[in-house]
Design a protein around this ligand. Structure first.
Ligand code: MN
Length: 735
């Protein structure tokens, strides 16, 4: 078993003046809390965090990363919580452990392969510190190395996840060595039979391949020496099994046709001219395959990999690859981002700002960005710079269903968006939501990693108000569609009522008219409308006059005969004008008092008072609902301009009394309530109710309900209250 002293020894070699005490404390803490736990292999659990710390020390990461490696499973797998970690190890390690615990949580949730892409994005979205990725990769590497004790299904699942998520991340970070090992281990565990078959095939040829490689290497050394081209090392390798397997499968070729089954690698001193000198010697020795030359030095791969690749045909006709790179490039190829880690003397106790960490973060962001970009290949550099300025993943948020399915939404999305993303019907019948088990308002903004449960009720309907809380087109369109559908139903119903009303006045059987499909259809067609419902809807929307419909139904002669306007019934006539004006949308104003109260109701939300500016809205069963123009709901209703009608107060001799609630804010002193009620009584105004309260900021709050005739009257009441000494403000309470 590896010992902590071995890890510490590596850190002491690799880092300047490391905080060894921190590593020791982390070790003791981990040992204490994992005490008694065993791995699947039967070994003490502590072996795992120790090995992870060792991998991190090999990566030459700082002591904070190594200490976190020792602590990475403590919150996930023991009773220790983050607060405890914080009290022992401070904010920096706590946030790293927190990040790792969250990723472990995602990993446990996601089981569906097709979501790999989303899970990968999500893992990345949760990373606030680049070291979290590196520690996670070290953790995964050790788990992959020791997974033979797990059940086959679990091995397969973890291996698939490694191929889908962690190997691509390692690749993007340029960590070639770690990625190769992860891939080969995953291949072995995921497809054991194919792995065995391929391994057997390669092993059978290995002595021959290695002999060839030895010969090639010897020739290279001799030729370089002859030509006075310096080199640091010449190596040989047989292609790794996973990448060989992928190549055979993808290109449907045999092993003999693989150009890079064997490869020689030449490491040159740290000047790129040596690479090109070496290349010319190689091409002078063997015949190059024309299309196989790649200059990744002049144009580095986007994970910063640099090397010259060329394929040549060897003596026996066997093609092989030659890779040429400097020592520095080689280190980057093997270790990737970890090689970019710059060592800086860290002043004791100054953890706030570490420039080398910032630099590393920038590099990592640049490297990982293609993994989360939607439009792959579309090199929008402006966009790229823009996204670097914000955080790494500014656009998306990833949330889960309780079953672990990942739902990707734009930032700012709410549970309503989430519900519609699952299914339109879930959205339509959504009545509430739970985030991480807690009931939340539907307008709550979702955060990365939220587990969202949508509560639905069979008969519930979308609300217009939802439009203010959704950001996805799908949700918005569905809600709009639903509203317009609903409005059509309302309009048909209202149109039917208006037509019935008008028929009554003409003493015509409304039933006979409306139930006569053919006749209704004929009239509808005359208006350029298709079906009888369209005609009713048009009446409901106020676009078609029921009177005109009747005229078409009855014919000119009969219509004139039955027309109540011609019968000079004055009382009805004045009522009729109201109806006419109401329906005649373009005309100036309508009178609120219709033939009877069927046509108008006061909106309960704002309860408009005679004299106030008003606006009408056509609504099912309520006729025109009259709102105060300043009512906050009016702005919402304006979306459907079709149903908005101009209205104004009809002249009326009869004074109608209306109750209005007023709130006076006053200084907190005795006698305020009496002062106010006296002021109201003095102007001979009725008081229905009055009550006093004290606000949190020590103001008097006096609510009175007064009886007024109109706005002018109300203004007078408000004015007289405002003059009472001690009154700070008076306002009308709506609803
Ligand atoms: Mn672990």
């Amino acid at each position: 078993m590896i010992r902590i002293e071995d890890v510490i020894a590596k850190v002491e070699v690799n880092r300047p003046s490391p905080d060894i005490d921190l590593i020791r404390r982390a070790y003791l803490f981990s040992a204490l809390h994992h005490r008694g736990q065993k791995r699947a292999s039967g070994e003490p659990y502590l072996v795992h965090p120790l090995e992870v710390a060792d991998i991190l020390a090999d990566m030459r990461l700082d002591e904070v990363s190594v200490a976190t490696g020792l602590l990475h499973d403590v919150v996930e797998d023991t009773l220790v919580d983050l607060d405890t970690i914080k009290s022992y190890f401070g904010d920096e390690i706590t946030s790293l452990v927190d990040g790792l615990t969250k990723i472990a949580h995602i990993s446990n949730l996601s089981k569906e392969k097709q979501q790999a892409e989303n899970v990968r994005k999500m893992v990345l979205a949760m990373i606030t510190d680049v070291r979290v990725v590196l520690i996670k990769l070290a953790d995964r590497l050790h788990n992959m190395r020791t997974m033979k004790f797990l059940k086959p299904e679990k091995r397969a699942r973890i291996s698939q996840e490694t191929l889908d998520i962690y190997a691509p991340i390692a690749h993007r970070l340029g960590m070639g060595k770690l990625r190769s090992e992860l891939e080969d281990l995953a291949f072995q565990n995921l497809h054991p039979d194919e792995y065995k078959r391929l391994a057997k095939e390669v092993d059978a040829r290995r002595p021959e391949l290695e002999a060839t490689l030895d010969k090639i290497q010897a020739t290279i050394r001799a030729r370089l020496t002859e030509n006075d081209v310096p080199f640091v090392a010449v190596e040989g390798r047989v292609k790794r099994l996973y990448s060989l397997w992928k190549k055979l499968k993808r290109q449907k070729i045999t092993m003999e046709q693989v150009y890079d089954l064997i490869a020689a690698r030449i490491i040159t001193p740290n000047e790129r001219k040596y690479c090109y000198l070496t290349l010319s010697v190689i091409h002078d020795t063997w015949t190059p395959v024309p299309e196989r030359f790649k200059d990744w030095i002049a144009i580095p791969r986007d994970n910063l990999y640099q090397s010259l690749h060329t394929s040549v045909v060897g003596d026996g006709g066997q093609a092989f690859e030659v890779q040429i790179r400097t020592e520095e490039m080689h280190q980057v190829a093997e270790e990737g981002v970890a090689a970019h880690w710059k060592y800086k003397e860290k002043k004791l106790g100054s953890h706030e700002h570490d420039e080398s960490l910032d630099e590393l973060r920038k590099t990592v962001e640049k490297l990982l960005l293609p993994l989360v970009e939607d439009n792959q290949g579309d090199d929008d550099s402006e966009n790229f710079v823009e996204s670097l300025k914000l955080d790494l993943f500014p656009k998306d948020v990833y949330a889960f269903t309780p079953m672990g399915k990942v739902i990707q939404l734009p930032r700012g999305a709410s549970p309503i968006d989430f519900a519609y993303a699952i299914h339109s019907e879930v959205g339509d019948s959504c009545t509430g939501a739970k985030i991480n088990g807690r009931i939340v308002p539907l307008k709550t903004e979702l955060q990365n990693g939220n587990v969202v449960e949508i509560l639905t009720t069979t008969n519930s309907k979308p609300s217009r108000d939802w439009l203010n809380h959704v950001v996805t087109a799908k949700a918005r369109n569905r809600i709009r569609h639903w509203i317009s559908q609903q409005q059509r139903i309302d309009s048909i119903e209202l149109g039917r009522k208006l037509l019935e009303k008008e028929s009554d006045r003409f003493r015509v059987s409304a039933k006979k008219l409306i139930n006569d499909e053919t006749e209704m259809k004929r009239i509808a067609n005359e208006y350029g409308l298709g079906r009888p419902e369209d005609l009713l809807a048009s009446i409901g929307y106020g676009k078609t006059l029921p009177r005109n419909v009747l005229s078409k139904f009855l014919g000119a002669e009969k219509f004139a005969e039955l027309d109540p306007e011609g019968r000079k019934e004055t009382r009805i006539e004045s009522g009729m004008k109201a109806v006419k004006k109401f329906i005649g949308l373009g005309e100036d104003a309508i009178v609120v008092k219709g033939v009877d109260n069927f046509l108008t109701t006061r909106a309960r939300c704002c309860n408009p008072l005679r004299g106030e500016d008003i606006v009408g809205y056509i609504s099912l069963g309520k006729g025109i609902v009259v709102h105060n123009k300043r009512c906050k709901n009016v702005a919402q209703l304006m979306i459907n301009k079709d149903r908005i009608v101009d209205v104004e107060w009809a002249k009326s001799d009869q004074k109608e009394i209306q109750s209005v609630r007023l709130l006076a804010t006053t200084e907190n002193r005795t006698g305020m309530l009496a002062g106010i009620t006296n002021a109201i009584a003095e102007i001979k105004t009725g008081i229905r109710d009055a009550r006093a309260n004290v606000s949190r900021d020590d103001r008097g709050l006096i609510e009175v309900t007064v009886e007024v005739f109109d706005k002018k009257h109300l203004d007078k009441v408000v004015g007289s209250i405002a003059q009472v000494p001690g009154v700070i403000a008076v306002e009308r309470i709506h609803a």
